[in-house]
Every structure is written in structure tokens, then in C-alpha cells.
Design a binder for this molecule. Structure first.
Ligand code: NAP
Length: 475
């Protein structure tokens, strides 16, 4: 298990010699001690990325693609051990961790294929006087900041397109889950990534190290996935040096079930949209809006399925729902649930935090939730499904849009025209129509409103790491 900083192709201790503990969420015990990067280490990582930049940018796209393809193969070969590592430090059930490794590796495969599809274009100027030649160039040194909920996939979703485009990177992983990011650095090195192209900087002083890098004029991009609150801070810091930004921020996904929906499919979709990753996903269904007429049946059936899930340590093969990542997360989930119950909601299942050890919360279904309850405004990030009843398309759209977030929405109806109308009217970057899962490396993932700026995945994910250069030519 790698536990040092990875800078310029070498495993190095923090210059301060400081370290921090990574905990096992199933027990609260210490799992590993990791080097704690500081500002000097961050600048050393930018030095390495800047030095490697020109060489990597001029490496043939086919070669860059083949390195990424090799990284995909290595991740696939080592899926079992990577899944175990994710499960150990994040707490998620092995079944979710295995799913994450497959999803994460797919970003390397997809961007291996995209590396050779960096095109430009040529046109005749309307005046006829010259040609307009547009080429694409890598943005330059990128700072990548990732959250703990998908420690592998959030890293590969950024590293894949950055490397395909010819950029070099410094990855600052979440301090709850740095071990997976370090394992990714080892895999990328084995796959042939030259020294300095990928640097990984675990740190407990995230604010300080990231702002030190953003103040460095050599850094040309920051790609961040995490909370809207931290996203706002980074947008303000990026403004100082006019740094290119991509922001994948919080969500508050509505899950809308019309009375004409196929209820079997809606329950199946709800289980995925709510319970993938134990509810710790930005795409997690956060607010269930179910049309009067099917609301009781939907609530009863969802509660039946949720209460049958096996809760336990993530690394146990039988487990379907692991512990949440840390104490703060469980405390927040519990306070949202208690707030909703105090305001008149009923728990059809769950709703009571068990005694320790470990950061567990039971799958919970709440009905009769007050429309102004905090649980409908804030990201729950846990296995809790609050259900609200509505009538008619207009009310569904109004409720769905009543949030500052706009990442993803889910809509269930057998009437495809209604489904498309409602999908268009909901303010979200992505919609799952009769589907509880939207994430796909080949599709543009991202949000509107305060859920973010930019897209990851698809061809658009590559463009985030490229600048267009226009050359006015006479020939
Ligand atoms: P977070 O607290 O915003 O942290 C995300 C990352 O930012 C971590 O690496 C964190 O480091 C770092 N960080 C914290 N404060 C910082 C600062 N002042 N300056 C620079 N970096 C800072 O979010 P989280 O709790 O890890 O993740 C959950 C959030 O991520 C949720 O809101 C979820 O919706 C969002 N998310 C969004 C997407 C998407 O694609 N839209 C995907 C996954 C998750 P430390 O760990 O050291 O604090």
C-alpha cells in the first residue's frame, strides 16, 4: 500500500515530515498513516508537472492513448484488490466498490480512444480574404481536486481526459480516501506515464495547498468535484489568475414517479438511484415526488426493499450497505432525519442511528415530509428516502425545480411524450427517464445552476482540457 506523496515520479515523504491517519469507517480504527503534503510540496508538484508539460504535450496522441489503455487494462486486472482498498477506506459495500472500479477504469478506456480524436477545423472567412484555422492545444498544468465518495472514479474522470489532451496534473485527493488515489498513481506509472505527468498530493491542509497552487501562474486549470460550498471558494480563488475551471458540485436530485409509471421499474430504479454507494453520491435521489394514487404503494414497496438490505462492514461479501465515510456524515444524516421527524414525518423503516462502533446508518424511508423540511433542501448523502406526494405535471416540475441545485433528475412514466416534456422542463444537467442510473464515461456528466460548470465524460470531457487556437491564414 503506497502512503507517501507522489511527486515527479517518486514516492516522497512530506517536506514537513508530517503524516495523518486514514480511518476504517467500519470500526473507526486507524487503517494507515499517510504523508501530509504542505504548501512547499504542492509547489514541488507544480514544478514537476510544469517540467513534464512540453514533453507530454508533444507525445503523439496515439502514444498517450496507449498509455491510458494500458492503465485501463491494469485496473481491470487488479479490480478485486482495488475494490477492497476502496471499500476499506471509504466504507462502501464491495459490490459498490467493484462497480466503481469498472466505472473508473472505463474513463481510461474512453479517453484512450478520445486522445486520437482531437480535431480542429478550417473555414473560409466570410469576406473571402483569408482562412480561419482552428487547432486545439492542451490547457497546461491542471490541479485536480476530488471527493471521498468515488475515490477512484472521480480521479480517473479527470486524469483520463487531462492526459489524453496532453496536460500534466497534480491530483489532491480527499483526505478521508487518499489510498486509492496513490494506488492509481502506481498503476499509471506502470502503464508508462512519464515522471511528473501525474503527481498526487494527499494533504490535511487542503485549503492551503490548493490555494498555493492556484496562486502559481504556471497552473492553468482547476477541475474540482465536491461540495458547492468549496466550489464557490475555488471559483473565487481561480478568478485571481483567471484560471480555467470545471466544477462538479453538489446535487439534490428529484425522483419523480407519475401514477402511470411501471411501478416495478420505478422501485428498481429508486433502489439504484438512492442506494448505489449507500446514498453517498452526488447523483443520489434526494427527494422522492410520487403522484397521489400510487404514493402509498410506492412507499410501502420501497420500504420493504430498503429494510431487507444487509448492513455491515463494506469488505464483507454479504454486505449491501456499508458504513458512511465518517462521523460528521452520519451525524448530518441523523440530524436531517430527526428534523424531518420532529416536523411531522413518519419513518416507514429506519430512522434511528445504531450504537457504535463504526459510522452506520440504517436504510430509512420517510413519508409525510413537510415541503420546507431541511432534508428536502440539503444533500442527504446517506441511505434516506424522503417521500412527498404531488398531483399533475406542473406540480411535479415546480417541486423538482424548487432547489438551487441542478445536477440530475429521475422521471418515471409510461407516457414517453410526458416524460420528454417533463425532462425538458426540469432544470438539471442530466435526466434519467425510466432509468435510475445516468453515469456513463461516454456521456457528458455535469450540472446546471449551483451544481456546477462544465462536463466530464463524452467528447465534451476532453474539450475541458483543450484550448482552441485560431490562426488567421493567407495562403
Ligand atoms: P468537499 O468537502 O467539498 O471536498 C472535496 C475536496 O475538496 C476534498 O479533496 C477536500 O479535501 C477538498 N477541499 C475541502 N476544502 C477545500 C478548500 N477550502 N480548498 C480546496 N480544497 C478543499 O466535498 P466532499 O465532502 O469530499 O464530497 C461530497 C460532495 O461532493 C457532495 O456535495 C457531492 O455532491 C459532491 N460530488 C459531486 C459530484 C459531481 O460530479 N457533481 C461527484 C461526486 C461528489 P479534504 O478531504 O481534505 O477536506
Amino acid at each position: 500500500m503506497e502512503t507517501e506523496l507522489f511527486i515527479g515520479g517518486k514516492w516522497v515523504p512530506a517536506s514537513s515530515a508530517r503524516r495523518f491517519d486514514v480511518l476504517d469507517p467500519a470500526t473507526g480504527d486507524v487503517l494507515a498513516s499517510v504523508a501530509d503534503g504542505g504548501e512547499a510540496d504542492a509547489i514541488a508538484a507544480v514544478d514537476a508537472a510544469a517540467a513534464a508539460g512540453p514533453g507530454w504535450a508533444s507525445t503523439p496522441p496515439r502514444v498517450r492513448g496507449e498509455v491510458l489503455r494500458k492503465a485501463f487494462e491494469l485496473m481491470t486486472e487488479r479490480a478485486a484488490e482495488l475494490a477492497r482498498l476502496i471499500s476499506l477506506e471509504n466504507g462502501k459495500a464491495l459490490v459498490d466498490a467493484k462497480g466503481e472500479v469498472t466505472y473508473a477504469a472505463e474513463f481510461f478506456r474512453w479517453f484512450a480512444e478520445e486522445a486520437v480524436r482531437i480535431d480542429g477545423n478550417v473555414a473560409t472567412a466570410p469576406s473571402g480574404a483569408n482562412r480561419i484555422l482552428v487547432t486545439r492545444q492542451p490547457v497546461g498544468v491542471c490541479v485536480l481536486v476530488t471527493p471521498w465518495n468515488f475515490p477512484a472514479a472521480m480521479a480517473t474522470r479527470k486524469i483520463g481526459p487531462a492526459l489524453a489532451a496532453g496536460c500534466t496534473v497534480v491530483l489532491k485527493p480527499a483526505s478521508d480516501t487518499p489510498l486509492t488515489a496513490l494506488a492509481m498513481a502506481a498503476i499509471l506509472t506502470e502503464a508508462g506515464v512519464p515522471e511528473g505527468v501525474v503527481n498526487v498530493l494527499p494533504s490535511r491542509s487542503s485549503g492551503k495547498v490548493v490555494s498555493a497552487m492556484l496562486r502559481d501562474a504556471r497552473v492553468r486549470k482547476v477541475s474540482f468535484t465536491g461540495s458547492t460550498e468549496v466550489g464557490r471558494i475555488l471559483l473565487a480563488q481561480a478568478a485571481e489568475n483567471v484560471v480555467n475551471t470545471s466544477m462538479e458540485l453538489g446535487g439534490n436530485a428529484p425522483f419523480v414517479v407519475f401514477a402511470d409509471a411501471d411501478l416495478d421499474a420505478a422501485i428498481e430504479g429508486a433502489m439504484i438511484a438512492k442506494m448505489r454507494n449507500g446514498g453517498e453520491a452526488c447523483t443520489a435521489a434526494n427527494r422522492f415526488f410520487v403522484e397521489a394514487g400510487v404514493a402509498d404503494e410506492f412507499s410501502r414497496r420501497l420500504a420493504q426493499r430498503m429494510s431487507a438490505l444487509v448492513v455491515g462492514p463494506g469488505t464483507d461479501e454479504k454486505t449491501q450497505v456499508g458504513p458512511l465515510v465518517n462521523e460528521d456524515t452520519v451525524a448530518k444524516v441523523d440530524s436531517l432525519v430527526q428534523g424531518a421527524l420532529a416536523a411531522g414525518a413518519s419513518a416507514v423503516t429506519g430512522g434511528t442511528r445504531p450504537d457504535g462502533p463504526g459510522f452506520y446508518y440504517p436504510p430509512t424511508v420517510l413519508t409525510g415530509v413537510a415541503p420546507d423540511a431541511a432534508i428536502l433542501r440539503e444533500e442527504i448523502f446517506g441511505p434516506v428516502a424522503p417521500i412527498v406526494t404531488f398531483t399533475g405535471d406542473d406540480e411535479a416540475v415546480r417541486l423538482a425545480n424548487d432547489t438551487e441545485f441542478g445536477l440530475v433528475a429521475y422521471v418515471y412514466t409510461k407516457d414517453l411524450a410526458r416524460g420528454l416534456r417533463v425532462s425538458e422542463a426540469i432544470e438539471a444537467g442530466m435526466v434519467g427517464l425510466n432509468r435510475g442510473l445516468v453515469s456513463d464515461p461516454a456521456a457528458p456528466f455535469g450540472g446546471v445552476k449551483q451544481s456546477g460548470i462544465g462536463r466530464e465524460g463524452g467528447h465534451e470531457g476532453l474539450l475541458e482540457y483543450l484550448e482552441s487556437k485560431y490562426i488567421a491564414v493567407n495562403w
